[in-house]
Each structure stands twice: as structure tokens, then as C-alpha cells.
Design a protein around this ligand. Structure first.
Ligand SMILES: [Zn+2]
Length: 144
């Protein structure tokens, strides 16, 4: 039983947040990201998942990457990425969460800028978006 207890590790910026987010996503087997991936796959699109794109000496890892088209797709969790409809700062530890979530959003915009400057198209999909709309937005960006 003791071995099942999760240790709470203080978050450090960057990869650990991302992997915590990924773990949260992977716990649900019908996440919007998975739904979008399988819809794209069914329609014959081929892409990389969680693929590091090297730009400006950094390696942002969009959730879905079309390397030839230079299209990067992020599926952003409403909480972690500050969705205007559902993003909110928790009432407990507000200053901590406020700063942390602000950093996430800041990093998102920084990644958008780096990718854009390197000639990539960036599509960001909110977790709450309708799957058909999400698919359409990606396909529009792919130029179909
Ligand atoms: Zn939302």
C-alpha cells in the first residue's frame, strides 16, 4: 500500500510541468488530443507526436507535428494554458498558481513566436473545442 502513495514533488518549470500534464492526459483514454490524432489518422494524415522541433536553439514539442508542412499543433488544457472560458486561478495558493499559470501562457506565446519566426504555422486547440472543429482547423491549416 505504501508503495502506491504518490510523492508530491515541487514543480520545476518546463519539462516536469509538461510531463505532469501528459500524465493527466494519459489517465483519460478519450482525451481531446487522442480524439484529434485518431481523426487525423483516419483521414489519411501522417504526423509526428510530441516531436521536438529545433528552432532558435530550443526544442518546443508540439503535440502533433507535420514536419513537411511545417505545421505545429498544440492541444492546450484549459486549466494549464489559461483558456479564456475555463482557465481560472485556484482559490488556494493563489499567488503560486497565478505565477505558475502566467509562466505557462508566457512560454506558449514564446514558443508560438519561435516557431513562427522559423517559418512554422502554429495551431492551438483548446481541450474544450469540438472535435470536428479541431479537425477542420488543422485541415484548413494543412491547406485542404
Ligand atoms: Zn476551455
Amino acid at each position: 500500500m505504501a508503495s502506491q502513495v504518490k510523492t508530491v514533488v515541487p514543480p520545476s518549470p518546463g519539462p516536469s510541468e509538461r510531463s505532469a500534464n501528459m500524465r493527466a492526459i494519459q489517465r483519460r483514454d478519450t482525451s481531446p488530443e487522442l480524439a484529434l490524432r485518431s481523426a487525423l489518422h483516419r483521414r489519411g494524415h501522417r504526423f509526428r507526436v510530441d516531436y521536438p522541433v529545433k528552432v532558435s536553439g530550443r526544442s518546443p514539442r508540439p503535440d502533433i507535428v507535420f514536419t513537411k508542412r511545417r505545421l505545429a499543433v498544440f492541444v492546450d488544457g484549459c486549466f494549464w494554458h489559461g483558456c479564456p472560458e475555463h482557465g481560472r486561478t485556484p482559490k488556494k495558493n493563489t499567488p503560486y498558481w497565478g505565477a505558475k499559470l502566467a509562466r505557462n501562457v508566457e512560454r506558449d506565446r514564446e514558443q508560438d513566436r519561435m516557431l513562427d519566426e522559423a517559418g512554422w504555422t502554429v495551431v492551438r486547440i483548446w481541450d474544450h473545442e469540438d472535435p470536428d472543429t479541431a479537425l477542420k482547423r488543422v485541415e484548413d491549416a494543412l491547406g485542404r
